[in-house]
Design a binder for this molecule. Structure first.
Ligand SMILES: [Zn+2]
Length: 165
């Protein structure tokens, strides 16, 4: 294996890990939530002081931190998007002033990037809200199953038959 092949392999492994990490983290968070613990720091969650973000239950400290992180990310994305739009307009105006016939391409490209970023932010926020709705629904379904005793029935069915007392 020469150096180039090695570099290629490393890039692929890193990419795969980067794709797998969110699934792993989500699974871990779900397991913690099911055990009544905060999805991030794994501390026991008090009943009256828990918060739902991205479909996961968090303690007050983690919720505050996550909220701040999300807000910063959203501001950064919106800022970048608007900067792209403004830059595109600026570029196009200066190219046109120089008599460059491709000025419209700069406008199209940069405003496309800007709009793409804004749309991406919007989608991310929307999917977070959808995650919350789904999280509530899953929790209700699990609680209902427990109330109906379905989990108990299944457990009894799985017991080996020993001829009775
Ligand atoms: Zn926490």
């Amino acid at each position: 294996m020469d150096r180039e092949q090695l570099a290629g392999t490393i890039v692929w492994v890193v990419l795969l890990l980067a794709c797998a990490a969110p699934f792993y983290l989500r699974d871990r968070a779900r397991k913690r939530n099911r055990a009544g613990r905060c999805a991030q720091c794994a501390e026991p969650l008090p009943w009256d002081d828990r918060f739902r973000i991205e479909g996961q239950l968090l303690c007050a400290t983690c919720a505050r931190r996550t909220h701040r992180r999300i807000r910063i990310a959203v501001y950064a994305m919106v800022g970048l998007g608007l900067a792209c739009l403004l830059l595109g307009v600026g570029f196009a105006v200066s190219l046109r002033a120089e008599g460059d016939p491709s000025w419209w391409f700069a406008l199209l490209f940069m405003s496309g990037c800007g709009l793409g970023l804004l749309l991406l932010t919007w989608f991310a926020l929307r999917s977070m809200r959808a995650d919350n709705v789904q999280g509530v629904a899953t929790e209700r379904a699990l609680l209902l199953l427990r109330l109906l005793g379905v989990d108990k029935i299944r457990w009894q069915k799985n017991r080996p038959f020993d001829g009775g007392a």
